[in-house]
Ligand binder design. Structure first.
Ligand SMILES: CC(C)(COP(=O)(O)OP(=O)(O)OC[C@H]1O[C@@H](n2cnc3c(N)ncnc32)[C@H](O)[C@@H]1OP(=O)(O)O)[C@@H](O)C(=O)NCCC(=O)NCCS
Length: 344
């Protein structure tokens, strides 16, 4: 934790009746120059109907810091995981450096244990605050910058998704190796995020076989942060995103299990960057290990490999870190990947 607080504060939940007024304050702390409110970008975490846990630190009757937690259930090869996505961590600029954010994160971790969550996940540009709270960099993603001239002309039908496409979007999302469980209402909220166009690709006038979300609110412009479907369809969708937004190139983010697209991209001589997905804390690493063990039992060959990774002291890392990096290194055994729309 940072320097001991010299100010008095109490931690409490943000009441639903306070949320509308507090949204402006939060934007001022988080993104003073943004045209789009964080509550629009992140409907599941901060939206009017969000069922997230929101904690604030109050000093002298004024809210001085905030953190939010949204619970996602995730389908993985080791069963359903309960994942807590942490976001909108912010402190009043006049009150920074007194340990308020650290205190809120500590309280959030306690709540997450009470809620029986498996892991907490977040994205941070500066990891220090979260490393002190026990988070580690974990997971994997790849990023490719696709130049328009490398992208094939679409001979297929591409159009913006409408609510009528939700059943097809759900089918494509649910067919992937790892993914959050999203209800129709959940999809409706996600499709309404501003500054984002979700395009669908269909071979004829029929049911879409691929989709791509171009841009998203304030943070993810010029980027396809979520997609599903065959590689050729992804490239055609990427071309259409470029044309739609008048760009000469576009970033695509992908999961380790989206290998076919990765190969199609590298085959074209386009370089790909591999990085950590985000920061993560396993709240009960032993339970995760036991669940992986069960999976490995039925699978045979992976058992020794996983055991070796778990006991590899040379990695000098915490069990949670070793476990999750180890799992992520195994194709087909990736327990965690959050697509762009779930990232908050
Ligand atoms: C990050 C932030 C929430 C920290 O709040 P705080 O109440 O001052 O936090 P604490 O006093 O508990 O801890 C301060 C530590 O946070 C670190 N920190 C500062 N900015 C940070 C950032 N953007 N991301 C992560 N950590 C940050 C500081 O390095 C400091 O560490 P130190 O004690 O080693 O110097 C606050 O600076 C803030 O609101 N920044 C703007 C919004 C933001 O960037 N949110 C985080 C997105 S990941």
């Amino acid at each position: 934790m940072s320097a001991p607080s010299t100010i008095r504060f109490k931690v409490r939940e943000l009441a639903p009746s306070e949320q509308a007024r507090f949204a402006q304050v939060l934007d001022h702390w988080l993104r003073p120059d943004a045209a789009i409110s964080a509550s629009e970008d992140c409907p599941l975490l901060l939206g009017r109907g969000a069922r997230s846990l929101r904690l604030v630190a109050e000093c002298d009757g004024q809210i001085a810091a905030h953190v939010a937690l949204h619970i996602q259930r995730m389908r993985t090869p080791i069963g359903l995981l309960r994942v807590g996505v942490v976001g909108a961590v912010a402190t009043d600029p006049a009150q920074r450096g007194h340990g308020l954010a650290s205190a809120l994160i500590t309280r959030l971790q306690q709540e997450a244990r009470t809620l029986n969550l498996d892991v907490l996940v977040l994205w941070a540009t500066q990891p220090g605050l979260y490393e002190r709270a026990g988070f580690v960099r974990a997971g994997q993603e790849w990023l490719a910058l696709l130049p328009l001239q490398e992208l094939p002309d679409a001979t297929t039908r591409i159009r913006p998704a409408t609510e009528k496409d939700i059943a097809a979007l759900m089918r494509l999302h649910d067919a992937e190796a790892v993914g959050t469980l999203r209800s129709v209402a959940h999809w409706e909220e996600l499709l309404a995020i501003p500054a984002m166009t979700v395009l669908v690709h269909a071979r004829s006038a029929g049911v879409p076989d691929a989709y791509a979300a171009c841009g998203k609110g304030h943070d993810l412009q010029g980027c396809i942060h979520e997609w599903a479907g065959p590689p050729q369809a992804l490239l055609a969708l990427a071309r259409r995103c470029c044309l739609l937004e008048n760009r000469t190139e576009i970033v695509v983010m992908g999961a380790p299990f989206q290998q076919a697209a990765l190969q199609e991209i590298t085959k074209r001589g386009i370089s790909v960057v591999h990085g950590a997905l985000g920061m993560l804390q396993a709240l009960n690493p032993n339970d995760l290990l036991a669940r992986v063990g069960a999976k490995i039992d039925s699978d045979g060959s992976l058992r020794d490999n996983a055991a070796r990774v778990i006991t590899n002291e040379a990695m000098n890392a915490t069990p949670a870190e070793v476990t999750l990096f180890g799992l992520n290194a195994q194709r087909g055994l990736l327990p965690l990947y959050l697509k762009g729309l779930d990232s908050m």
